[in-house]
Write a protein that binds this ligand. Structure first.
Ligand SMILES: NC(=O)C1=CN([C@@H]2O[C@H](COP(=O)(O)OP(=O)(O)OC[C@H]3O[C@@H](n4cnc5c(N)ncnc54)[C@H](O)[C@@H]3O)[C@@H](O)[C@H]2O)C=CC1
Ligand SMILES: O=C([O-])CC(=O)C(=O)O
Length: 346
């Protein structure tokens, strides 16, 4: 019996992500929470002939806490795509003012109602919203760093797609054979492409100009979609796919499967000092930066270990430089998120 809750389930990401979760046979209950239209989306999805029982939870007014409590009660996994998306001309950091308090309040509810649930954060700016979640859970005394995941899978999905185009390989075959680390915005995103010898041999022929274009496209792929949607939001469908890919990995691990079985596992933006070996890794390679996206190995829905890219992947000089740049941006966002909660009443 596995209960999954989606917070922000009626949104552009929330709806297709909930659809994909409804199709997963491991899910027995799917609780959809949103401040609008949660019941409508739930009624719609509930007609699909798969075992998951779908429920919709929508507060009647601002004071109504029963909807969120019902959505979270007994849940094993919460996915959060709640909040506002970007419009052209905005950075992800510009979303902080609105999304920071949405994440703070949702995670406080999770900490109080479902302290053992795995929490997957999609809402931007991920580089800061995950530190917000960690700080809230710490304040409530229920922080389990092995169960807090910043969802950066879309960066991997993009890297696989764009590299596949470049080296003429079916992009779905690149899953687990390249990696993306760092954070989730602009130059904090660092693709690593020399992860397996077969891919490494192919990328050796890429020109410097093409490589630079590839890195830039992975780092700024989100902007490409924001521009194309021209005011109607940011990536939703590719994000729902990516969010589902990551959530399915967590669900599989709850069912006993190891995420490390096929190549390099997906990365997630995690609190390193709370992961085995993470504190030493951060001190040695990241100037002590606490949150960083690394490939993680899961067991029973919890991070069992992570793969140290600096020891297990052939990182080039250029990639080292990209990591250095990423750390500067990450430090600022982490501090912003942490300070926000320190100055907040829960
Ligand atoms: N991690 C990643 O790779 C990506 C993250 N995102 C982020 O995901 C977030 C959602 O994007 P979209 O689905 O396109 O936005 P959207 O506006 O279509 O949907 C957001 C949903 O959240 C709901 N919501 C707002 N406040 C809420 C609250 N307090 N509790 C529950 N639900 C609430 C809204 O009613 C809406 O249905 C944005 O912050 C966006 O930047 C988007 C793409 C990729
Ligand atoms: O670009 C955005 O604002 C949404 C996002 O995080 C992405 O598409 O990677």
């Amino acid at each position: 019996m596995v209960k999954v809750t989606v917070c922000g389930a009626a949104g552009g990401i929330g709806q297709p992500l909930s659809l994909l979760l409804k199709l997963n046979p491991a899910v027995s209950e799917l609780a959809l929470f949103d401040i609008v239209n949660a019941k409508g989306v739930a009624a719609d999805l509930s007609h699909i002939n798969t075992p998951a029982v779908v429920t919709g939870h929508q507060p009647a007014n601002k004071e109504d806490k029963t909807a969120i409590v019902d959505a979270l009660k007994g849940t094993d996994l919460v996915v959060i795509p709640a909040g506002v998306p970007r419009k052209p001309g905005m950075t992800r950091a510009d979303l902080f003012n609105i999304n920071a308090s949405i994440i703070r309040d949702l995670v406080a509810n999770i900490g109080r109602t479902a302290p053992n649930a795995a929490i997957l954060i999609i809402s931007n700016p991920v580089n800061a919203t995950v530190p917000i979640a960690a700080e809230v859970l710490k304040k409530l005394g229920v922080f389990n760093p092995g169960k807090l995941f910043g969802v950066t899978t879309l960066d991997s999905v993009r890297a696989e797609t764009f590299l596949g185009e470049l080296i003429n390989v079916n992009p779905s075959q690149l899953q687990g054979r390249i990696s993306v680390v760092g954070g989730h915005s602009g130059d904090t995103i660092v693709p690593l492409i020399n992860v397996t010898p077969d891919v490494s041999a192919k990328v050796a022929n890429i020109s410097k100009a093409d490589y630079d274009k590839f890195v830039n496209r992975v780092q700024f792929g989100g902007d490409e979609v924001v521009k194309a949607k021209n005011g109607a939001g940011s990536a939703t469908l590719s994000m729902a796919y990516a969010g589902y890919r990551f959530a399915a990995g967590v669900l599989n691990s709850l069912g006993g499967a190891s995420t490390s079985s096929s190549g390099v596992p997906d990365s997630s933006y995690v609190y390193l000092p709370g992961v085995p070996g993470g504190k030493e890794f951060s001190a040695k390679y990241l100037n002590g930066v606490d949150f960083f996206s690394v490939p993680i190995v899961l067991e029973n829905g919890v991070i069992k270990s992570f793969i140290n890219p600096f020891e297990h992947m052939k990182i080039t000089q250029k990639e080292q430089e990209l990591v250095k740049v990423a750390l500067g941006g990450l430090e600022k966002s982490i501090e912003q998120g942490t300070n926000f909660v320190k100055g907040s009443k829960l």
